[in-house]
Ligand binder design. Structure first.
Ligand code: CU
Length: 216
């Protein structure tokens, strides 16, 4: 399932539940303020505790929290469900202040990189309809690969590898960014994320195999 759809569904469900809780709390507060306000013939209760009521309150909040966490985890699992197909592998290396994308399955080493300045923004190319596994690491500080339109974000740590698999279901070109402040030129760490048909992808890989700064 497409990440964007999953994200949209989860956001909608969580917004509805949060909205319901918000309205319920405000309603209760308004009720108490109006019905229990001081006035002639009304004296304040001397009770300082309501353990029974507080117990219900805690149980209700815990139920909502468990429901939301369980639902989100389940949706995440659905989205991450890997296809049996062999994924395309892309090794991402972040550095101050740009990205390098390697294609280890190409016949000859294929690397896409740039300086992330002006027109030197690198473009990572992926095929549509096939799972693509990204392995992220960093050469210096913590960065975070983010493609807002596709709702994908994953941190890149030095001396550590993070992986995620996605399947893009339509062709297109989207802006990618760094989502972790990483120094002076963090804001310039933009790249392009381009999805093309599997045929076009194979042609592109064949045409650029062996290149260290392939262009899309
Ligand atoms: Cu950054």
């Amino acid at each position: 399932m497409n990440r964007r759809q999953v994200f949209g569904e989860v956001l909608l469900v969580e917004t509805v539940i949060a909205g319901f809780v918000f309205v319920a709390v405000l309603g209760l507060l308004a009720f108490c303020l109006v019905r229990r306000r001081a006035g002639a013939g009304v004296s304040a209760s001397q009770r300082a505790e309501r353990p029974g009521l507080e117990g219900y309150y805690v149980a209700a909040l815990a139920s909502v929290a468990v429901l939301l966490v369980g639902y989100t985890a389940w949706q995440n699992h659905r989205e991450q469900d890997p296809k049996r197909e062999e994924p395309v592998r892309i090794d991402v290396s972040a550095f101050q202040w740009c990205w390098s994308f390697g294609y280890p399955q190409a016949e000859k080493p294929l690397q896409v990189s740039g300086a992330c300045r002006g027109k030197q923004q690198p473009t990572v190319v992926v095929p549509t309809g096939r799972p693509v596994t990204f392995t992220l690491t960093s050469k210096d500080v913590i960065h975070s690969l983010w493609v807002p339109e596709l709702r994908y974000k994953m941190d890149a740590f030095p001396d550590h590898r993070n992986t995620f698999t996605l399947t893009v279901d339509r062709e297109g070109r989207w802006k990618g960014r760094c989502a972790e402040f990483c120094g002076e030129r963090h804001s310039t760490m933009d790249f392009w994320f381009k999805a093309v048909s599997p045929e076009e992808y194979e042609q592109w890989v064949d045409a650029h195999a062996g290149a260290s700064t392939a262009r899309a």
